[in-house]
Design a protein around this ligand. Sequence first.
Ligand SMILES: [Zn+2]
Ligand SMILES: [Zn+2]
Length: 241
Amino acid sequence: MDFVFPQKCISCDGEIQEGDYFLCVPCRDDIGFIQQPFCFLCGVPADMSYDYPHEEFVCGDCRKNPFKFNQARSLGFYDTVLRTTIHHFKYRKQTGVLSEMNLLLEKYFQENPGFYQGFTVSPIPLHFNKMKERGFDQAFLIARQVAVILKLPLEGGLLRRVKATSPQATMTRAERTLNIKGAFEVNRPEHVSDKDILLVDDVFTTGATVDEAAKILKQNGARKVYVFTLGRVVVGKGLGY
Ligand SMILES: [Zn+2]
Ligand SMILES: [Zn+2]
């Protein structure tokens, strides 16, 4: 595994200060946290052309086709420096970039404490073959840090992947929902029943993956399932509430 720290900012190639990890200060500041207004349920940012009605507004997508999870929140928009950071993390095996993530997570939860008391933190599992290919599991590493920051218990092996799925990059939510169906099983039903679970993943795109996991957890008796991801992809506009 490559633990070499770069000499330049991974995003802009600029100089990084001593004590910084992978990003220069301006690039780090460029990762803005997702702020209100957003959908109370799925966390998608509201279209700013609408008047912001109240803190618990529900987006058109959630009203038409509700998710199985109760609530989802993401740290920042994927289409920023965050994307470069996650890519380094995921594909270049620079696990040292985790220090950069930890910094962001700490700052985020300081500003957005959430309501996660009593929750158990659980990562979305990678398929075994991908784990072998990459050598580490970024969702687990993010989940572990979230658990430390929020002082919550971490259950690394609550779910397992039982099905290899096709790459989902170009699929719609409906296509992804079909693709991911049956991908997860619960390892320890007794640790799920009557529990509130905070599912953690790296990126929320259409929500199909976390939703399938939430469905399985609820079938096994989970009470609330909340979702937290680092990045959020926002496709389309016009939430129409
Ligand atoms: Zn930079
Ligand atoms: Zn929504």
